[in-house]
Design a binder for this molecule. Sequence first.
Ligand code: SF4
Ligand code: SF4
Length: 390
Amino acid sequence: MGRLFAIEIIYRGIYQKTLAKNISRAIVLAAHKEGKPGISFGRYGDSPERNGIPAKSFAIVATDDLTLEEGMAKYEPKEVDVTIAVDDTLCKGVESWAWYGLQPVNRLLKPGGTLIVTSRETPEKLIAMSHRKDHPYQLAILKGTPSFSGLWVYKDDHTDVRILGAISRVLPELFSLKSVQAAIQDEWKDPVKSESAARAHERMTTVTVNPNQGNPEIPYAFELPKWHEMGEGIAIPCIPAGGAIADPETHVEGGWRPDRNPTFKKFATRTMRPVVNFDTCIKCTLCWLHCPDSCFDVTPENLYDANMEACCGCGVCEAVCPVKDCVTMVNETSFSDNSSQWEAWRKDKEGYKTWLNEKIEHRPERSHGFRFLGQYEEQVPEMLEIARKG
Ligand code: SF4
Ligand code: SF4
């Protein structure tokens, strides 16, 4: 029996679709250079993709045809040698729109396997964001701003080939850098991309993550009904209306918090979150009206608190708020929980102001696709500079 290699690419639907496809396809092409058969495919349940909702692609490679056939008999690999997260906020967990609950980013990693993350954050920060595992694994950071583009456009900032170079370093049994460069030459005919792969290969380092490191929280899950529990017809339970909120200081009840879907929470879709300045809010209701996911809880004093269990991070509330810096989208890596901003503000207004100013002052550059014409052209040279310097 030969050896089977499994690699998964976890990415954000639509925004990183082409990136994930480029990586999974080129993994197989590079392995072919060494006579190893392989196949790449997207996870069935992720199609059709939704903007930003975590999705997966796989590349399965074997040392011979029979081993590949046996490996492909499973719908989805049960364990992988390498997990690639092309956006660092995915370290907080992966929730598919096809309802799997929240899965740790490292869930499928074999003991000693490697998680490669595209990020400008430190290993300590990424480890704290990722759920604990009961065996050690390796973390490798591909330095750079996570690459986002759109359905019809692709930001060619070399993230794809840099990931390939990194794989050849952390899993040399799969393929060598030479094979990666040969596949790049066939696919893109671009020596600069080949050079980017080589630099990532040279500079890639890993740290060991032990079982006592990482987020200790048990991610939420739910039981799917068994076939014998299903009724003869389909009844889709509606979501209850919700109810008033108690003020954490006065305990007086008021406002309204709508009930929400308990099995699809959506916060794993978020790469940025809104931070609300309750002191400058003029209660115009625009954020509440325009939020596509009914995320805003109405507080007893008619302020609007973006519920972090429900917010998908679309940024509409920031766009419609008429007050400068009243709603500011901030990189999701800056937060470690989903607690209520309004409750924090009610308990300590001065402390909240300090927290808010610190968060919005250091908001890193991140965007969902285009915000203005020519944005990608501006971002690509910056990314290429990072790739060059390593
Ligand atoms: S970013 Fe704002 S508008 Fe978008 S889902 Fe979150 S709260 Fe709603
Ligand atoms: S849009 Fe801005 S000012 Fe209006 S209610 Fe929302 S947070 Fe307040």
